[in-house]
Ligand binder design. Structure first.
Ligand code: URA
Length: 229
């Protein structure tokens, strides 16, 4: 793993960033990087792509939950009583940005079966190019939960920023963002808008093309997950 909290931020954005800046973690573990390469390849079939995204999401979840609070409980093994650590019951909510975020959820829920799930749907207004919300469904107690927002592709950052704005307006204070590939411009924009939100990703790609796709990226994650193109 590679903690790049010092990841370069565009100068104007850096100047306006508050003092407390959460980390950006690029998970450079060989297993993750191998699977990201397979997922990037255009030769990877839909079923393999879906499996790879599920596996990568689990490996990223492992890192994203590394700082969850623990407590010690008394148990008895077949041999002896002992004190042993468990999660301290911090309530988690995974929030998927539709639709590709759902490709991340399945794997994460296998590791975090008690987590609640929220969904946010956003589309890009063709005139203003701004994200417009069409769906927002969260657990009632969302403000008490630690929220991990998931979307495989952090491209321009507009959807991520809008989703985090909306969650903060709903009272959420503990937030992380997990993606498979972040573009450098999207990462800079997200960190400028939400410097308090820790980001976990498997890769940072330098560019976006004129259609807003990450270069080299992996194409349209939703289409590749669901075989819609
Ligand atoms: N969304 C995707 O699915 N892929 C990109 O490259 C950018 C946004």
């Amino acid at each position: 793993m590679n903690d790049v909290s010092a990841v370069p931020v565009a100068p104007a954005e850096a100047a306006s960033a508050p003092a407390v800046t959460a980390s950006v973690l690029v998970v450079d573990h060989p297993l993750v990087q191998h699977k990201v390469t397979l997922a990037r390849s255009e030769e990877t079939t839909t079923d393999n792509f879906r499996r790879l995204v599920r596996e990568i999401s689990q490996l990223l979840t492992y890192e994203a939950t590394r700082d969850l609070p623990m407590e010690t409980i008394a148990i008895k093994t077949p041999i002896a009583p002992t004190q042993s650590p468990v999660l301290a019951g911090k309530k988690l909510c995974l929030v998927s940005i539709l639709r590709a975020g759902n490709g991340f959820l399945d794997g994460m829920l296998e590791l975090l079966p008690a987590a609640r799930v929220g969904h946010i749907g956003l589309y890009r207004d063709p005139e203003t190019l701004e994200p417009v919300e069409y769906y927002f469904k969260m657990p009632e107690d969302i403000r008490e939960r630690m929220v991990i927002v998931v979307d495989p592709m952090l491209a321009t950052g507009n959807s991520a920023i809008a989703a985090l704005n909306r969650l903060k307006e709903s009272g959420v204070t503990m937030l992380k963002y997990v993606c498979l590939i972040a573009s450098r411009p999207g990462l800079n924009a997200l960190r400028a808008a939400h410097p308090d939100v820790a980001i976990v990703t498997a890769a940072i790609d330098e560019e976006l093309n004129e259609h807003g796709y990450i270069v080299p990226g992996l194409g349209d994650a939703g289409d590749r997950l669901y075989g819609t193109r």
